[in-house]
Design a protein around this ligand. Structure first.
Ligand code: SAM
Length: 242
């Protein structure tokens, strides 16, 4: 249903309904991806390509610590972040998903790679100060109101180490409208609104990439590499498409 965030009139029920929706979802890859578990490999491949580009750029981030936000059962943690980073933290509001993550990741990854697991909603979470090289936020920001989106990104900015980056990977509407999904209590935002929210969070987008090879009929998915805005910087630069 087309609309805008003013349709999220009751913040409390917006969050409660989202939490209730996810409490009914199976703790599987298919559950995490709304029945599209088969696109997981393509998704991870696109993200790996982006991470490699990030690591080969000037002033690239380190590989010590990453944070997976809205981590679910750990699909991204397992296939994307663990191979690249020494340690990975996860934050997720659904405790059952985090419990399943232990089995899903397996004993080796779980004990060797996972550092901290935060069982909390993003709107209440604050990353440790200057801890992370990369903060990965995928397919979860639609569950935050615009205000909480900006507050959360500001907290993430403070959680970055020197040269650290935030990567946001999200669905984008093809119109200039916000789509509201009352079933899972989420919104899908247009590119223009996301760019505005990044600016409000004092972040600049150093790379914007479109995920390729997803099935037709799905929303377009974009990856944004975000850095703390430099004093004189143009907020959006180096826009590229895959
Ligand atoms: C579409 S799934 C994506 C999971 C994971 N990012 C992935 O790509 O495999 C959305 C996840 O966000 C979590 N979630 C929803 N609202 C949240 C919130 N306010 N704070 C933290 N996690 C939330 C859900 O429980 C679910 O695990």
């Amino acid at each position: 249903m087309p609309g805008d965030l003013t349709t999220v009139q009751n913040e409390e029920s917006f969050y409660k309904n989202g939490e209730n929706y996810w409490s009914e979802v199976p703790a599987t890859v298919d559950g995490m991806l709304g029945g599209f578990g088969h696109i997981s490999g393509t998704d991870i491949q696109g993200s790996k390509t982006l991470l490699r580009q990030i690591f080969s750029s000037n002033n690239s981030p380190g590989r010590t610590a990453a944070l997976d936000c809205g981590a679910g059962i750990g699909r991204i943690t397992k296939f994307l972040l663990c191979p690249f980073f020494d340690k990975v933290d996860m934050v997720e509001q659904n405790a059952a998903f985090l419990k399943q993550a232990q089995d899903y990741l397996g004993p080796h990854l779980y004990s060797e790679k996972i550092d901290k697991i935060y069982s909390t909603a993003l709107q209440y979470f604050e990353p440790d100060f200057e801890k992370y090289d990369v903060i990965w936020i995928q397919w979860v920001l639609g569950h935050l109101t615009d205000d909480d989106f900006v507050i959360f990104l500001k907290k993430c900015r403070n959680g970055l180490k020197r040269n650290g980056v935030i990567v946001v990977k999200e669905n984008i509407t093809s119109s200039d409208q916000v789509d509201v999904d009352e079933k899972d209590s989420s919104v899908t935002r247009p590119l223009s609104l996301l760019k505005l929210l990044f600016i409000k969070a004092n972040l600049e987008c150093s790379r914007l990439q479109k995920q390729i090879h997803f099935p037709k009929g799905l929303y377009n998915v974009y990856m944004f590499v975000l850095k703390p805005k430099s004093a004189d910087g143009n907020p959006i630069r180096n826009i590229t498409k895959e």
